[in-house]
Ligand binder design. Structure first.
Ligand SMILES: C[S@@+](CC[C@H](N)C(=O)[O-])C[C@H]1O[C@@H](n2cnc3c(N)ncnc32)[C@H](O)[C@@H]1O
Length: 285
């Protein structure tokens, strides 16, 4: 048994050389909420309460894993995305707030559309299609990924959240146009977009833990997924259909040019909350 107060002290002293204070505070809140059900306020007003030894062991093992730079979301096996609980494991990228911004943009633009058919390419945990279905209940939503393990998690997330999504395993870089996916009104994707050369700028906990299949493209193939998806949309998206992409902040201009070259109209580049070019939308003509 240990008091909440002593657990908080242990967290701070064990992790202070590795993480900044605000991150340690976030770990405490996330892990104690997960293992004990205590809220942020409880951690201030119930500091003398004790937790049993099983919970103490789970907390100790979490601290060891945090010291090894494992993301807290993989430790507890879940995260939140656009008000949904999403299971995650190292086969899938941990959904990012920027992707919530992309989803928010799409939902706002299409909430009045009737019977929309939507495809998410590179679905990972399934966060995008799940958030879309939760907010656009009349839409028919499909999601694809090349990774069987990612699709297993995405399917589990659909089941847990009781949302109806059709999942497909497909390599979008080698997709034949004769597949039977049919025609879509909206295609959305947050594809791998980090160039190999950017590895040196990345945090160790991302680099060592998150799937490289989800993150990286070759230095000289920065736009390979966007080109492939625009090629796919030629045969699988209706005229006046919309493509939504999350993008590498360094490629806003090139993405506009790519859409223009393919005769897309109403091209809109949007910054994320940090002021970086992060998402783009365009209409097929
Ligand atoms: C950046 S992650 C995005 C995951 C999720 N949509 C999100 O926003 O958190 C890219 C996803 O693309 C998938 N992927 C990588 N190569 C692919 C390919 N050739 N065809 C289809 N999906 C692919 C990865 O498995 C990964 O799940």
């Amino acid at each position: 048994m240990a008091s909440i107060n002593s657990i908080i002290k242990t967290f701070k002293s064990e992790l202070r050389h590795i993480y900044p204070n605000n991150e340690i505070q976030a770990f405490i809140e996330i892990l104690l909420a997960y293992y004990t059900g205590l809220s942020k306020t409880d951690l201030i007003i119930k500091t003398d309460e004790t937790v049993d030894s099983a919970v103490c062991q789970q907390i100790e093992s979490s601290i060891v894993r945090l010291k090894n730079m494992e993301p807290v979301q993989y430790i507890i096996g879940e995260t939140e995305f656009y008000d949904l609980k999403i299971k995650v494991n190292p086969a899938v990228l941990i959904p990012r707030p920027e992707t919530e911004e992309l989803v928010h943009w799409l939902i706002n633009n299409h909430k009045k559309d009737k019977k929309t058919r939507v495809l998410d390419i590179g679905t990972g945990s399934g966060c995008i299609p799940l958030a879309l279905k939760n907010n656009l209940p009349d839409a028919e939503i499909f999601a694809l990924d090349v990774s069987k393990k990612a699709l297993e998690i995405a399917k589990k997330n659909a089941k847990i959240n009781k949302l109806d999504i059709s999942f497909v395993q497909l390599d979008i870089l080698n997709a034949k146009n004769n597949n039977n996916l049919g025609m879509f009104d909206i295609i959305v994707s947050n594809p791998p977009y980090v160039r190999g050369q950017e590895k040196t700028l990345m945090h160790k906990n991302v680099l060592d833990n998150e799937p490289h299949l989800a993150l990286f493209v070759k230095n000289n193939e920065a736009l390979v997924f966007y080109e492939a998806i625009i090629g796919f949309a030629k045969h699988h998206m209706h005229k006046k259909g919309c493509l939504y992409f999350e993008i590498n902040e360094a490629y806003g201009k090139q993405m506009i040019e790519l859409f223009e070259k393919n005769n897309y109209k109403n091209i809109e580049l949007k910054q994320d909350i940090n002021g970086k070019d992060r998402m783009i939308r365009a209409m097929k003509y």
